[in-house]
Ligand binder design. Sequence first.
Ligand SMILES: Nc1ncnc2c1ncn2[C@@H]1O[C@H](COP(=O)(O)OP(=O)(O)OP(=O)(O)O)[C@@H](O)[C@H]1O
Ligand SMILES: Nc1nc2c(ncn2[C@@H]2O[C@H](COP(=O)(O)O)[C@@H](O)[C@H]2O)c(=O)[nH]1
Length: 194
Amino acid sequence: MKDNKVFVITGATGVGKTTIARYLQENYQMPRVITHTTRSPRDREKAGIAYYFEDDVSFERNHYLERVQYAGAQYGSSYEGLERAWEKNPYITIVLDTAGAITYARELGDQVVIIFVTVTHSDTLIDRVTVRGDDSAAVERRVSSPEFLRDITLPTPLDGVAYELVNDDWSKTKIKLDLLVNDIMNGRSLPKKN
Ligand SMILES: Nc1ncnc2c1ncn2[C@@H]1O[C@H](COP(=O)(O)OP(=O)(O)OP(=O)(O)O)[C@@H](O)[C@H]1O
Ligand SMILES: Nc1nc2c(ncn2[C@@H]2O[C@H](COP(=O)(O)O)[C@@H](O)[C@H]2O)c(=O)[nH]1
């Protein structure tokens, strides 16, 4: 449906994209689109909740709006996943890398609200994912990947398109999210930078 919207939450590893999606689910009943990946599950990640975990063969069976390689694994968001979420609510979320966010902006136009999440000091990201329980070798691989370095800064195609949200302090982030969601739901638009 034309009035359906998808909040695309993007940015580097550990900035808090999944935490933001969870907040929007719990407080605004926005379902998150579950995407597909060939990477292995982390401790506590459940199949069908965190991701649809695939192998190289099963990954090819889905119909993707976009797909990317990220730090050596494949990721993709399927049309079926989007429709399943929109059946539950006209406002939904998806967590993507910046390449995926650019594709969504191009393919879905006005139906997309992009939130680019950053932190002031990128060193804090390593602490955050370590506290989350990520294996130290995986953290090392991830933060030295070209995709991680790319996603730290706002890509040019998203400049003036994405809302920039600095997630240093979670209590302030929640206030900014509430303002943004209420404005979008009421057809207003906040400045893109805060
Ligand atoms: N403002 C914040 N201050 C401190 N810790 C935070 C903040 N926001 C999120 N976190 C924590 O940082 C960790 C990483 O957050 P989250 O998993 O949401 O990141 P992400 O961007 O989805 O990462 P990835 O792309 O690697 O999946 C989690 O342990 C989360 O609880
Ligand atoms: N473009 C896409 N990016 C995706 C998709 N699913 C997840 N992601 C992003 O990949 C990285 C790595 O995720 P992680 O869970 O292994 O840390 C992160 O930026 C996710 O937002 C997708 O379907 N398409």
